[in-house]
Design a protein around this ligand. Structure first.
Ligand code: EPU
Length: 423
């Protein structure tokens, strides 16, 4: 298992390019299973999650090839069973279910197991498939979804107790594009990644409207065709490096290939905490620099356009070093505070209680051996390590490799001293 050794007291400088969005690429790649024609998906980050999905798609018969950021698919003859050995490696594998059901009328995928960031049920995905006319059975840890007579459009409300579901909306939308008649999804997720998927499906010939709002309407079509599409920039990677620039740079850093519209909440939060955030006119480049008088703030995660749960851990790391008291509440994954116990080992003063963290900013953290527990928590530890005194050794690096493309190279490009130790 690889480790990352991060040298503290870093002073980041210069610029880097932000990669394509992991959470857009995953459902978009899965959506190519809806057509037998060749598709090209560009700007796909080379991270282990996209690579797992490519393996699953190849096992399904999707003929997927990656050449750097460009992925080519040709899913001529596909089968409906996703192999457990691959599916168990990544919860998001569930996103092949909608396209398999839509195209073949059946899908068999293992039920995802527990997850460290919280209980992650898929009841809403299944509720949507059932509403479209599919029958669901469970057998030996697998979910079988079958619609021998095809799917029929329906009115579906996908609201769960923590709000809308991103992959649930994706899955139902992908199943519904080839259904007979019209489907209306109420309480749909309106994250930019869901919008990007809907745009991709429309390019393929689907008839989707209302994406980007809470009500999505899908008029079923007979067939979809091949397309060439570039996925949106990764707003979570961008926000992570925005926080890095604020925590560990004297003169500030620049991030290129970003989308300002998707980063509005990160921008607002950083500005309200007293920092400098300047976008270019096109909104494709951002310069970030620590402010002269940073102050604590209150963050409550919520669905888009609210503050994303996927940025919470990184902002917690920043607030651990911001004077004053900050309050952080995660309403989407209330247990997602694993970074806090590791940050405390580095000297942070954080109390976590029932989905809420109270952070008393300290002046300095000290490097320590720490353990990554999930993707965004690991990113928070890297950020903390950059600014701590001495060395921070982050073990279980595979968590970060799931979603940050070449993180060590990008940090080195900004002047950080990091070393990957392969064990
Ligand atoms: N939920 C249900 N029932 C369901 C589905 C979800 O109750 O059937 C609940 C979840 O337990 C959670 C809330 O609804 O409390 C939202 O979960 P959602 O379904 O939106 O999560 P997801 O689609 O499985 C995606 C991202 C996550 C991100 C969440 C929330 C992908 C591949 N993953 O997951 O990203 O945290 O949306 O925005 O898009 C990450 O990138 O680090 C990551 C975990």
């Amino acid at each position: 298992m690889d480790k990352l050794i991060v040298q503290g007291d870093a002073d980041l400088k210069g610029s880097i390019n932000i990669s394509g969005s992991k959470n857009s690429s995953l459902p978009i790649l899965a959506a190519t299973l809806l057509t037998e024609e060749p598709c090209i998906v560009r700007n796909v980050p080379d991270v282990s999650d996209t690579n797992y999905l490519i393996q699953i798609m190849n096992a399904l018969g999707g003929h997927v090839e990656r050449s750097s950021g460009t992925v080519r698919t040709e899913a001529k003859g596909i089968q409906h069973e996703a192999p457990y050995d691959l599916v168990r490696k990544m919860r998001a594998s569930i996103c092949v279910m909608g396209p398999l059901l839509g195209r073949l009328g059946r899908a068999k995928v293992s039920l995802p197991g527990g997850c460290v960031i919280g209980d992650r049920p898929i009841d809403l995905h299944l509720k949507g498939f059932e509403a479209l006319g599919a029958e669901i059975t469970m057998d030996g840890g697998d979910i079988n979804v079958e619609a021998p007579n095809g799917l029929t459009g329906a009115h579906i409300n996908l609201r769960g107790k923590h709000g809308p579901t991103v992959l649930g909306t994706d899955n139902v939308m992908m199943a519904a594009v080839l259904a007979k008649g019209t489907t209306v999804i109420e309480s749909a997720a309106c994250e930019p990644e869901v919008y990007d998927l809907a745009e991709f499906l429309n390019l393929m010939g689907a008839k989707i409207s209302g994406h980007g709002t809470r009500t999505i309407t899908i008029e079923g079509v007979e067939k979809l065709h091949g397309v060439d599409h570039r996925v949106i920039p990764d707003r979570i990677e961008a926000a992570t490096f925005m926080v890095a620039g604020i925590m560990a740079s004297k003169e500030g850093i620049t991030l290129k290939r970003v989308c300002r519209e998707h980063l509005k909440v990160a921008e607002d939060m950083l500005v309200s905490a007293g920092h400098c955030v300047e976008f270019n006119e096109e909104g494709t480049q951002v310069f970030v620099k620590k402010g002269d008088a940073p102050k604590g703030c209150e963050i409550i995660t919520s669905p888009y356009p609210g503050f994303p749960t996927d940025m919470q851990a990184q902002f917690t790391a920043m607030l651990a070093l911001t004077p004053g008291i900050s309050i952080i509440e995660d309403t989407i994954f209330p247990q997602r505070f694993m970074q806090c116990s590791e940050l405390k080992r580095m000297g942070a003063n954080i109390e976590v209680d029932g989905g809420r963290a109270v952070v008393h900013g300290v002046e300095k953290l000290s490097g320590a051996p720490v353990m990554a527990s999930d993707l965004r928590a690991s990113a928070a530890l890297v950020l903390a390590g950059l600014t701590a005194s001495g060395e921070t050794e982050i073990s279980r690096l595979y968590h970060i490799d799931r979603g940050y493309e070449n993180i060590d190279e990008k940090l080195e490009q900004l002047g950080a001293v990091v070393k990957r130790v392969i064990e």
